[in-house]
Design a protein around this ligand. Structure first.
Ligand code: SAM
Length: 404
C-alpha cells in the first residue's frame, strides 16, 4: 500500500468455528504447529514473533497464540503465520477472519433460537459467525444479490457446518420486511457494499488527526449548535456524502460549509425532530471537520452512502427487531457516522436506540452528534486490524418507550 505498513503489525487473526472445535483445543493445536515451524518444543520458549503476551502460567514460555479480549472465539497468531493450508482451516474448524470482521456478529450476539436476517451476506464470514454464536439453533436468512458470491456463501456454510443458514439470491431492498415470514426476525446484520477504504493503509495517516480527536474525552455537539445546524441544513445527515474526507498525500484540504446538496438518499428524510437536528448537525460538523475527497472518489462514496442509507432504513422496518448491527470496512465518515445520523429519526420511530457495544474498546465514532461515542471504529494503522466501523441499534426498554 502506498501509505506504508501499519504502526502496529496485524496478527494472523483466527476465528474458531465453535460449531466444529473448542477454543482451548485450537489454541493447543496452533501452539504446537507454530512451535514446530519455529523448531521449538512445546515448552521451548523463545521469541513470540510479536503475537502477544503469554497465556500460560508462571515460568512457562509466552504463548504464540493470544486470545482476543473482545471476541471470545477469536485468536491472534503471529503476524505472517501461514495457516491457509492448515487442516483446521481446510476442514472449516477455524476461519482466517480479521478481528474487525468479527466485531459485527459479536456485537449482534444473537441468542440460540432467534430468527436473524443477514441483508448483504456473501461470502458469509459474518453469517457463519452468527450461526456459530447461535449454536446452529434458530434460523439465519442470508441475502445477497450476486449469484457467484452467494455460491461462495453456500460453500462456506457447508464447510463450517452452519446448517441454520438459508441463502437467498435477492436484492435486499426488494424484500418486504413487514411480510408475515419476517414477523419473528429479532436480529439483523447489515454489512453492505462499501468503499473498502479501511482495508488499505493508503489514506489512514491522513485520518489520524480525526482519530486523535476521538481519543480525547468524548465531546458531543451542544444542543444549540445542533439546532443552529438544523436551521441551516434541515435533515441533511448524509448530505455531506461526497463533500468530505481525507485528501491524497500532499493535496490541499478544502473545506465545505455545510451545504445540503450532495446526498439524494437524505432527500426523503427531511424531518423536524431532535434526531433530525442531530443528523443535520452531524453533516454540518463533518463538512467542517473532514477535508474533501477527490471528485471521482467522492462520487463513488456518495453513491455507496445512498445505498447504505436506504438499506439501513429498510432494515429498521422488521417489526420484531431487537438488535440491528450496521458495519462497513470503510474509514469514510460519509459511509459511517453520517449514515447512522441519517437513520436516527427512523430508529427512534421504530423504538430503537444506539447501543454501546464493546465499552472497553478505545476507538469510537467521530464526535459528530450526541451518541456518536457509542459507535465503534478500528484503525488499520494502529489497531492491528482493518479499518472498520460498527453501529448497534437495540430496542429501547419498555419503560423508556412509554415515556416517549
Ligand atoms: N457480510 C459479508 C461477509 O462478512 O462475508 C460481506 C458483505 S460485502 C461487504 C457486501 C455484499 O453486499 C456483497 O456480497 C454484495 O454482492 C452484496 N450486495 C450489494 N448490494 C446488495 C443488495 N441490494 N441486496 C443484497 N446484497 C447486496
Amino acid at each position: 500500500p502506498s501509505g506504508g505498513g501499519p504502526a502496529v503489525p496485524h496478527p494472523r487473526w483466527v476465528r474458531v468455528n465453535t460449531l466444529k472445535a473448542s477454543v482451548d483445543d485450537v489454541v493447543r493445536e496452533l501452539e504446537g504447529h507454530l512451535r514446530s515451524k519455529l523448531g521449538q518444543t512445546d515448552r521451548g520458549g523463545g521469541d513470540t514473533g510479536g503475537a502477544g503476551k503469554g497465556s500460560k502460567g508462571k515460568g512457562e514460555p509466552a504463548g504464540l497464540v493470544r486470545r482476543d479480549p473482545l471476541v471470545p472465539e477469536l485468536l491472534a497468531a503471529p503476524p505472517g503465520a501461514d495457516l491457509h493450508d492448515h487442516p483446521l482451516v481446510t476442514r472449516g474448524s477455524v476461519l482466517l477472519q480479521s478481528k474487525a470482521s468479527c466485531l459485527p456478529a459479536a456485537a449482534l450476539a444473537p441468542r440460540p433460537g432467534w430468527t436473524v436476517v443477514d441483508c448483504c451476506a456473501a461470502p458469509g464470514n459474518k453469517t457463519t459467525h452468527l450461526a456459530a454464536i447461535m449454536g446452529n439453533q434458530g434460523r439465519i436468512i442470508a441475502y445477497d444479490k450476486d449469484p457467484k458470491r452467494l455460491a461462495r456463501l453456500k460453500a462456506n456454510a457447508a464447510l463450517t457446518g452452519a446448517s441454520c443458514i438459508s441463502a437467498r439470491q435477492a436484492d435486499f431492498l426488494s424484500i418486504d420486511p413487514t411480510a408475515p415470514e419476517f414477523a419473528q426476525v429479532r436480529g439483523v446484520l447489515l454489512d453492505p457494499s462499501c468503499s473498502g477504504s479501511g482495508t488499505t493503509f493508503t489514506r489512514m495517516d491522513h485520518l489520524l488527526p480525526s482519530h486523535r480527536q476521538i481519543q480525547q474525552p468524548r465531546p458531543t455537539l451542544h444542543t444549540a449548535q445542533a439546532a443552529a445546524a438544523a436551521d441551516s441544513a434541515p435533515g441533511a445527515a448524509t448530505a455531506a456524502a461526497g463533500s468530505g474526507s481525507n485528501p491524497k498525500p500532499g493535496s490541499k484540504s478544502k473545506r465545505k460549509g455545510g451545504d445540503a446538496t450532495a446526498g439524494s438518499a437524505s432527500d426523503s428524510q427531511h424531518t423536524t425532530g431532535g434526531a433530525a437536528a442531530a443528523a443535520a448537525a452531524a453533516a454540518a460538523a463533518a463538512s467542517s471537520l473532514v477535508p474533501e475527497l477527490d471528485p471521482e472518489e467522492a462520487g463513488r462514496v456518495a453513491s455507496l452512502a445512498r445505498f447504505q442509507s436506504a438499506a439501513l432504513a429498510h432494515a429498521l422496518r422488521f417489526p420484531a427487531l431487537e438488535c440491528l448491527v450496521y458495519s462497513t470496512c470503510s474509514v469514510h465518515v460519509q459511509e459511517n457516522e453520517l449514515v447512522v445520523a441519517g437513520a436516527l429519526e427512523a430508529a427512534e420511530a421504530a423504538g430503537m436506540e444506539l447501543a454501546d457495544p464493546f465499552p472497553s474498546w478505545h476507538r469510537r465514532g467521530l464526535p459528530l452528534f450526541p451518541g456518536a461515542e457509542k459507535l465503534v471504529r478500528t484503525d488499520a494503522y494502529q489497531d492491528g486490524t482493518d479499518g472498520f466501523f460498527v453501529a448497534v441499534f437495540q430496542r429501547r426498554a419498555p419503560q423508556q418507550q412509554q415515556q416517549q
